[in-house]
Design a protein around this ligand. Structure first.
Ligand code: PRP
Ligand code: HPA
Length: 175
């Protein structure tokens, strides 16, 4: 059986879409008058950032950064910075958008680096916050959904490089 056929549906496409719209409204309320620079974290942040962008009805700028610490693995390793944002950050309000806050190592390192680069404020938005019960180095300001403490994929999140393109969120079965 294929990996997808054996996987368990955690959040349907409809549930993901509704949660993204709710977060878009929250972000609009909080940041509408701050002309934020929205930074998409490659690669997993692409679907979430793309859908958010179409629902944020206020002026903003857009750029991306690329970091990775999982590669094809299901456990995290050392963080590798591949591309830093190219737009100037000094004095800006940032909104960093990623697919998942798991151990939180990636988002905390991104926030620290962006503040070091001169950003005035760094807000964070994630599609999924993984509930594993361990302390995280940061809490995201905007969270669309929670996911259980299992390896999840879909809507930007990959499993061994695949299935980022799914409109719903699935979890691998443990056995
Ligand atoms: O909270 P953490 O435990 O640090 O994990 C979260 C990070 O892991 C994934 O990135 P990955 O390294 O797989 O890069 P990718 O998005 O390019 O696949 C995900 O997109 C987050 O950026
Ligand atoms: O559960 C996960 N799925 C996909 N990518 C991830 N990166 C960190 N945790 C995960």
């Amino acid at each position: 059986m294929t990996l997808l056929a054996r996987a368990e549906l955690i959040h349907s496409a409809e549930a993901v879409s509704a949660a993204v719209s709710r977060v878009a409204r929250d972000i609009s309320r909080r940041l509408h008058d701050r002309r934020p620079l929205l930074l998409c974290v490659m690669k997993g942040g692409v679907p979430f950032a793309g859908q958010l962008l179409t629902q944020l009805n206020f002026p903003l700028d857009f750029d991306y950064l690329d970091v990775s610490r999982y590669g094809q693995a299901t456990t995290g390793g050392a963080l590798s910075w591949r591309v830093a944002p190219s737009l100037p950050l000094a004095g800006r309000t940032l909104l960093v958008v990623d697919d998942i806050l798991d151990e939180g190592v990636t988002m905390a390192a991104i926030r620290d680096r962006l503040l070091d680069m001169g950003a005035a404020a760094c807000f964070t938005a994630v599609l999924a916050d993984k509930l594993h019960g361990r302390e995280k180095p940061l809490r995201a300001d905007f969270v669309a959904l929670t996911v259980p403490d299992r390896f999840v994929f879909g809507y930007g999140m990959d499993v061994r490089g695949a299935w980022r393109n799914l409109p719903a969120i699935y979890a691998m079965r443990e056995d």
